[in-house]
Design a protein around this ligand. Structure first.
Ligand code: ZN
Length: 298
């Protein structure tokens, strides 16, 4: 899959001389599954994969309809840095990663821009409840103004609204590649090459006011198209920050309950048991049963 991404990426950015030149091998640390990934990378919070120069850390997500999405996302960050050598603001780096990782994989091909509904953040699009009136949606904080996205200044708190930010970053890049038969694609490449700033954005692509209108129109069109498709089966989705904290709290409780069961079973198994704990036998049997019951409930 990563080879397919690599080929697609090189083809997409073939106008960049550094992309078509040979580059050092890219490193990936691949974990067997989510459990192994999380056990070996305790400090990663809610991340499902991560890129830390020069290694992409990822796992195969067998429980998801699209098992590659997290891996591809991080690998695009790696390609942006190590192959295209781009210096990007967050919206463009994340947006490119999302643009590739939300594309459909069919017959061994990554079909750029053809959206896979079973990927993050696409599964959040349904929750946007847009009125279609741009000024109203901005006032209601359902749409983040383009200027805020491009400059990275102002806007809602990123920790509280990260799904909303990811939707904006993804849709802006999808728009720049796909809108109106791809009319901004070449200018977007120039923008990436020039350095992405507010000024270069307006010079290469167009005035922020006009582009904001077209981009939101594009987002609405895409949402309508996706909504018109038959309903998809319930999917695992990326958890919110609070849900993850809750889950991690539960993991801690499970570990504690497992520890308690192991501690009591250890006492029973000890050759010294009769000498040290005989008097507490009944109490320990009860405690063990309680600990096992608690574990079963978690
Ligand atoms: Zn990312």
């Amino acid at each position: 899959m990563l080879e397919i991404l690599h080929t697609t990426y090189i083809r997409t950015f073939s106008a960049f001389p550094q992309v078509t030149q040979p580059h050092p091998l890219l490193q990936v640390k691949l974990f067997k599954d989510r459990d192994e990934f999380r056990r070996c990378n305790r400090g990663v919070g809610w991340a499902e994969a991560f890129y830390r120069t020069p290694v992409c850390h990822a796992y195969y997500s067998a429980r998801e309809m699209n098992p590659y999405q997290w891996m591809l996302h991080e690998a695009v960050h790696q390609l942006n840095t190590e192959v295209a050598q781009l210096k990007l603001p967050q919206w463009a780096d994340e947006g490119l990663a999302e643009y590739f990782s939300t594309s459909q994989i069919r017959n061994g091909e990554l079909r750029l821009g053809e959206i896979d509904r079973n990927t993050y953040p696409i599964w959040w699009l349904d929750d946007m409840a847009l009125s279609g009136d741009l000024a109203k949606d901005i006032a209601a904080h359902k749409i983040i103004p383009l200027r805020t996205i491009v400059t990275g200044r102002g806007g809602p708190n990123m920790n509280e609204e990260f799904n909303l930010y990811y939707i904006h970053w993804w849709s802006l890049v999808h728009f720049l590649f796909q809108f109106d038969g791809g009319k901004y694609r070449e200018s977007f490449f120039c923008l990436l090459r020039d350095g992405v700033t507010e000024t270069s954005f307006e010079r290469q692509i167009g005035s922020l006011d006009r582009i904001q209108r077209e981009w939101c129109e594009h987002l609405q069109t895409v949402r309508k198209r996706l909504n018109a498709l038959p309903p998809r089966p319930a999917k695992p989705r990326k958890l919110t920050w609070n849900e993850t904290r809750e889950l991690e709290g539960m993991e801690a409780q499970i570990l504690a309950a497992e520890g308690e069961v192991a501690r009591i079973e250890g006492l029973f198994a000890s050759p010294e048991f009769h000498r040290t704990h005989a008097a507490q036998t009944n109490q320990l049997i009860t405690e063990l049963a309680e600990a096992k019951q608690k574990l079963a409930q978690l």
